[in-house]
Design a protein around this ligand. Structure first.
Ligand code: PXP
Length: 237
């Protein structure tokens, strides 16, 4: 079964909108775990509009499941990750002002930069995942620079899924085959939801982990956090 890591950025956004500590991010993270999530993901962005840099140490201390920090490896980000040593760091090439991540790494063009960053992360025992598009060459590049995993950017899959699921999944099946052949683990994330997740998991049985934020938080408004997590877990069975 693939693991569900809940991205709690949107909870932090809600908290930040009122300048108080409500909802309490630590309590929500803890409840996600109690309700069955197998990981907690945070994506500290440079403007700290979601999770803030000072949220990271208490979250690391509290989480009992896998703690995943994702983001662009700027100097500040790297200090934060190295100090807090999460189980996994997912490297994402998002621009400073990006609304959300919308593209994977070019693992060939940026190979020497990624190698350097990855060896720093490995020196602290942190597993590294690289956010990539469903592109065989980028998967091979991720393996070549030393990452243990890739995270497929599933935005394009989600966009095409309603119209044509077979066409939407095809590049991910091809890229997964390469990942399996060369021995790199597969994570996935972005725009996954209760409609498209089950099919993705069925077509990519080797999937190890998904990180889901936006849709899961929106679904929680209707179904409650506990029910929603059960519904996502069911899609991954
Ligand atoms: N993976 C990465 C690299 C992301 O940047 C995000 C969004 O922060 C996600 C997964 C989760 O995407 P969503 O919020 O659409 O579930």
């Amino acid at each position: 079964m693939a693991h569900l890591s809940v991205n709690i950025n949107k909870i932090a956004l809600l908290r930040n909108s009122r300048g108080s500590n409500f909802p309490n991010l630590l309590e929500v993270a803890q409840d996600c775990e109690i309700f069955g999530a197998e990981g907690i993901t945070v994506h500290p962005r440079p403007d700290q509009r979601h999770v803030r840099f000072d949220d990271i140490a208490p979250l690391k201390a509290l989480t009992k499941t896998e703690f995943n920090i994702e983001g662009n490896p700027s100097w500040d980000f790297m200090q934060l990750v190295l100090e807090n040593a999460p189980h996994q760091c997912t490297l994402v090439p998002d621009a400073v002002q990006a609304l959300t991540s919308d593209n994977g790494w070019d693992t060939i063009k940026h190979a020497s930069f990624l190698k350097e960053i990855i060896s720093e992360l490995h020196s602290k025992g942190i597993r590294v995942s690289i956010f990539v598009n469903a592109d065989e060459k980028m998967v091979e590049g991720a393996k070549a620079v030393g990452a243990e995993r890739i995270e497929f950017y599933t935005g394009p899959y989600a966009k095409q899924f309603t119209e044509n699921p077979e066409a939407a999944i095809a590049p991910y099946i091809a890229a997964s085959k390469v990942a399996n052949d060369i021995g790199i683990g597969i994570n996935a994330g972005h725009d996954l939801n209760l409609h498209n997740l089950k099919y993705f998991k069925k077509q990519i049985p080797e999937l190890l982990e998904v990180s889901i934020g936006h849709a899961l938080v929106v679904d929680s408004i209707y179904y409650g956090l506990h029910n929603t997590i059960q519904m996502y877990l069911n899609c991954l069975k």
